[in-house]
Design a protein around this ligand. Structure first.
Ligand code: NOJ
Length: 536
């Protein structure tokens, strides 16, 4: 099918895999790369176009792989480089692209670079990280906080200086103002590009450049109501410890490296910024920055038709010509979508995600309605949970539920030996059970993905909101050429009725309930939390 002027990642649906939890191939209770390879046919059949795999690099696992000890090797827990090559070749053979995580803000404290840097003040790699003297009173150089609780500076007894860590002390921040660091990280990008990866998800991309003068952050009186609470971290305005304007030079240079490869690759930044003007700068002044920053707005917006429409319209308005939008409703840092929304709204959310203009990223297990798994305090693994228990992220990282067996088809280990426990409802919520039902959420995802792939209006068409719909209903038209499709979503807990004329379409193509759509005397009747797509 012709896809004019658009690149693969613009028309793609991305599926995020948390490698510890997708499929365990060797019975140690932890997922691995050969496990992912085994399950790739499921993903090709589901109808996604690309996978993003969270880190699988050599790591002491203090932050489960987001503490990298070697950017160019695979941790033995996950397999080998040869396993990665096989995964990549299998994915490509099935028509799936592979995006990998890159973690540029920090390394593990066990990375050879940090071991050298820490060894003495005169070590050539000392300046690869952010080292500073204590204040005269012995306190850290400024008031910056770690995103995972406590201060952002760790005292190094041996060399009498503090080092900066935006996350836990085992994740020292790299100094991106040192050109050797920049070159070394460009080599990391090249290493994986040469192996054939299709792109990168860049971890906390906005955080790598801090105020060069390391000024204190000002205090902030109240929390931002709409967004996830980050505990004590919210007592400050984080204006100096991230997002310094020269961050954009970094992504322009990374872009130049990545654009040197053919076929085209993609860079997608994790940019947790909710000021649109500031966020949109990550595309670059002339769209020469990252290809696409993740747009996390829908994760935190109140689940209300008018609010959601307002956020989508704001995004559409702020994007410069040619900048491509993205949407996210779940990932390994957020409570599970089905728990946040409940089963009916989760279906509506699926339709929203897969019909808006832009690249959607799904999170593994959301397609079967996996819920947040309660984790007993003694079973918590997440380093954030160990510091701030109520902010723990283990509940959304539990093993993928493939079938009704004791370990859900995830592993040959004993159930008690899985790295995180399974949910109690695993015999009801799993791929095997969902596949047998014509109306399961998995069937809905399959049908939405196939509709999106078949209809240019959905994967590349324009977006125009529909005015005049009843309160609680958000509708929009996606069109391409002579094909307009209307998407109408009832966010309310009551039915909503509207003239078909107001909606624009007449032929129902799919309902979130996977049942016939009610059309009565020229009026469309939506059940509570029902969404439909209509053609003309
Ligand atoms: C963002 C990642 O998504 C999160 O899981 C991780 O803990 C932090 N970055 C630190 O790397």
């Amino acid at each position: 099918m012709e896809k004019p002027d658009l690149l693969w990642w613009q028309t793609a649906v991305i599926y995020q895999i948390y490698p510890r939890s997708f499929q365990d191939s060797n019975g140690d209770g932890v997922g691995d790369l050969p496990g992912i390879t085994e399950r790739l046919p499921y993903l090709a059949d589901l109808g996604v176009d690309a996978i993003w795999i969270s880190p699988f690099y050599t790591s002491p696992m203090a932050d489960f792989g987001y503490d990298v000890a070697d950017y160019t090797d695979v941790d033995p827990l996950f397999g080998t480089l040869a396993d990665f090559d096989e995964l990549l070749a299998t994915a490509h053979g099935l028509g799936l692209k592979v995006i990998i995580d890159i973690v540029p803000n920090h390394t593990s404290d066990q990375h050879a670079w940090f071991l050298e840097s820490r060894s003495s003040k005169s070590n050539p790699k000392r300046d690869w990280y952010v080292w500073r003297d204590a204040k005269p009173d012995g306190f850290p150089p400024n008031n910056w906080l770690s995103a995972f609780g406590g201060g952002a500076w760790e005292w190094d007894e041996a060399t009498d200086q503090y080092y900066l860590h935006t996350f836990i002390p085992e994740q020292p921040d790299l100094n991106w103002r040192n050109p050797e660091v920049v070159e070394a990280m460009h080599d990391v990008y090249r290493f994986w590009l040469d192996r054939g990866v299709d792109g990168f998800r860049i971890d906390v991309a906005h955080r790598i450049m801090k105020d060069p003068d390391l000024r204190d952050n000002p205090p902030k009186p109240g929390a931002d109501g709409n967004f996830k609470s980050m505990g004590e971290y919210e007592i400050q305005h984080h204006i100096h410890d991230m997002g310094h304007p020269d961050v954009h030079d970094v992504y322009r240079d990374v872009r130049a490296v990545v654009d040197g490869y053919d076929p085209p690759r993609v860079t997608i930044g994790e940019v947790h910024i909710f000021d649109w003007e500031e966020w949109v700068r990550y595309y670059g002044t002339n769209l020469d920055g990252m290809h696409m920053p993740f747009n996390f707005t829908l994760l935190y917006v109140p689940w209300d038709a008018a609010e959601v429409r307002a956020r989508v319209d704001e995004l559409e308005a702020v994007l410069p010509a040619g900048a491509w939008p993205s949407y996210v409703l779940g990932n390994h840092d957020e409570p599970r979508l089905a728990t946040r929304f409940g089963p009916e709204r989760a279906r509506l959310a699926a339709m929203l995600l897969l019909t808006l203009r832009g690249t959607p990223t799904m999170y593994y297990g959301d397609e079967i309605g996996m819920t947040e798994v309660p984790i007993a305090p003694e079973d918590q693994q997440d380093p954030w949970a160990l510091r701030e228990p109520e902010l723990g992220r283990d509940g959304c990282r539990t093993p993928m539920q493939w079938d009704s067996s004791a370990t859900a088809g995830f592993s040959a280990a004993e159930p008690d030996d899985l790295w995180l426990p399974l949910t109690a409802d695993v015999t009801m919520v799993n791929v095997e059970v969902a596949d047998r039902s014509d109306t399961s959420i998995l069937t809905l995802y399959r049908r939405l993905l196939s509709l999106r792939r078949d209809r240019p209006a959905l994967h590349l068409g324009s977006y125009a909101p529909i005015d005049g719909l009843p309160d609680g209903v958000f509708g929009f038209v996606r069109s391409h050429g002579s094909e307009p499709l209307s998407v109408v979503l009832n966010f309310a807990d009551e039915p909503a009725t509207m003239p078909l004329q107001a909606v624009g379409g007449t032929t129902p193509l799919i309902s979130t309930q996977l049942e016939p759509v009610h059309i009565d005397g020229g009026r469309l009747v939506l059940e509570p939390n029902e969404g439909v797509v209509l053609g003309s």
